[in-house]
Design a protein. Structure first.
Length: 502
């Protein structure tokens, strides 16, 4: 694209609005779940499927969605994804029973998998100047990072003051405005499509392999790591994904060209981002439980308690990452960013029943937000390091896939660690608790012990993300405008911001 699109900043508004809707949906539904479960008569055993149905469809179909965007056109895929997501949200809000709710959630996942990669690749082809891209993706990244916490606030308000159905219906105006805006404002540049035939074996193998992997981790959380079906899912996933890699190496028009994965900087980004998301998912989960169960915060108050992290993310993304990205090598922002986030996480290992919010939780959240915002900015800029325009949809999908899988691993792994530590604490201290008050205290202390044990692991995971960023990423500062020309020079990269996974 030789000339700059004059409507690119207007387009950013509608693309960011769609991104906010998808990110909000993750946390909004979590808060609404207990009320929806009661109203619709969903059993405790099936409750997790309200979350899992979405995660499986979204995670399993992301690569396919990215490829559809490359073939069919990003604008068309984006608008279709938005309309479908709105329809599925209306179905969820109007659900009269368990089957209707689970079907609506799976449909939301299907259309989300179309929407997410299309949004990312649209931004890459519309913003071609390095400094403008840094600014645009700084704004977009802040929404991607902070949207989940905004969802906690909005979900709390809607559930407490209206009812749970509004946590679905709220998506409809977002989607309609974004779809209309995209239709009239976005102009996709010519020549960026990939019109090769669709790799059907690749679609089947990648979808089944990713679904098995995400379901394996989700099941491990409830049924345990030694459960026969959990193990079967992991083995099946390994076989399917290995077959997928072999297929992609041989077919003429692969779904995921291996060149997208094997470049050193891109590989480093996918790995370090996946690890960072594992740690962040653990934090959202345990801090929400801690504030609501141990501290007795209401859903609305809990949502507001996450505001310092949003502020930190916005500052890190727009004021540090975006400003320095064109001057400083990405590893010198990503590595230190993950280290600062790890220090914030380290503070939270000191949580106790009576911990002061202002004295410990607030500064920890600010550090976490600042570190993550600073690291995410350059990380996303490298997510399609040197990728040809025709591969940009599927490269975007890979970022989302690494986060989706990271989210599933984080929830399952850290929940299991927390549950084991809680059980062990109760076993050690139950004998000494002879009164109801003492037993209640031991239960609360056991919970906090579980959270802090899991958070220690999250600290280690963030440290590993920092080490990978320092070791693997070796490109220079982001300058020039390779998005315009499709160049693959190491120092001139397209920029991409991922969706924060469910």
């Amino acid at each position: 694209m030789s000339e700059t699109d004059p409507r690119r900043w207007k387009a950013l508004i509608f693309i960011a609005l769609a991104q906010l809707m998808v990110v909000l949906d993750a946390t909004i539904v979590n808060i609404a779940l207990p009320s929806a479960q009661q109203d619709l008569g969903i059993s405790d055993g099936n409750r997790q499927w309200v979350i899992t149905a979405y995660a499986l469809a979204f995670g399993g179909l992301l690569l396919f969605g990215g490829r559809i965007a490359d073939i069919w056109g990003r604008k068309r895929t984006f608008v279709t994804g938005l309309i479908g997501f709105a329809a599925a949200s209306a179905l969820g809000g109007a659900a009269t029973g368990e089957a209707m709710m689970l079907g609506a959630r799976a449909l939301q996942g299907v259309f989300g998998a179309l929407l997410a990669p299309a949004a990312l690749s649209l931004l890459a082809v519309m913003f071609t100047d390095a400094k403008e891209r840094a600014k645009a993706f700084g704004i977009y990244g802040a929404i991607a990072g902070g949207g989940g916490a905004v969802g906690l606030i909005l979900g709390g308000f809607l559930t407490e003051y209206l009812n749970w159905r509004w946590t679905f219906f709220v998506n409809i105006p977002f989607a309609v405005i974004a779809a209309l805006g995209a239709y009239f404002v976005i102009r996709e540049p010519a020549g960026a499509r990939n019109r090769s035939p669709l790799d059907i074996p690749g679609v089947v193998l990648s979808t089944l392999g990713l679904v098995a992997l995400v379901y394996g981790f989700t099941r491990a959380e409830s049924a345990g790591w030694s459960d026969a079906l959990t193990i079967g899912m992991f083995v099946g996933s390994a076989v399917l994904l290995a077959a997928f890699v072999l297929t992609e190496a041989k077919v003429k028009s692969p779904l995921l060209p291996l060149r997208v994965l094997t470049e050193r900087n891109r590989g480093g980004v996918y790995l370090s981002l996946g690890l960072a998301i594992i740690a962040m998912f653990g934090l959202f989960l345990f801090l929400t439980y801690y504030l609501q169960i141990v501290k007795g915060f209401s859903p609305v108050k809990t949502g507001f308690a996450f505001l310092p992290m949003i502020v930190g993310m916005i500052a890190g993304s727009t004021q540090i990452g975006a400003r320095l990205m064109t001057r400083v090598a990405p590893r010198l922002l990503m590595g230190p960013g993950f280290v600062v986030a790890a220090i914030g996480m380290l503070l939270l290992t000191q949580l106790e029943i009576g911990t002061s919010y202002a004295g410990l939780i607030l500064p920890a959240q600010l550090l976490l937000g600042l570190g993550m915002g600073t690291a995410f900015m350059p990380a996303m800029s490298l997510a399609t390091h040197g990728v040809e325009p025709r591969d940009s949809g599927v490269a975007s999908a890979m970022v989302n896939t690494s986060q989706q899988v990271g989210g599933a691993i984080g929830t399952a792994l850290l929940n299991t660690i927390a549950a084991s530590a809680t059980t062990a604490y109760i076993a050690d201290h139950a004998a000494g608790a002879t009164t109801p008050a003492a037993q209640k205290l031991v239960q609360a202390q056991a919970m906090v012990e579980g959270y802090t044990s899991a958070i220690w692991w999250a600290v280690g995971i963030l440290a590993a993300a920092a080490a990978i960023a320092f070791a693997l990423i070796n490109t220079g500062a982001q300058s020039g405008s390779s998005a315009a020309s499709g160049e693959t020079d190491g120092a001139e990269d397209e920029i991409r911001i991922p969706v924060v996974a469910h």
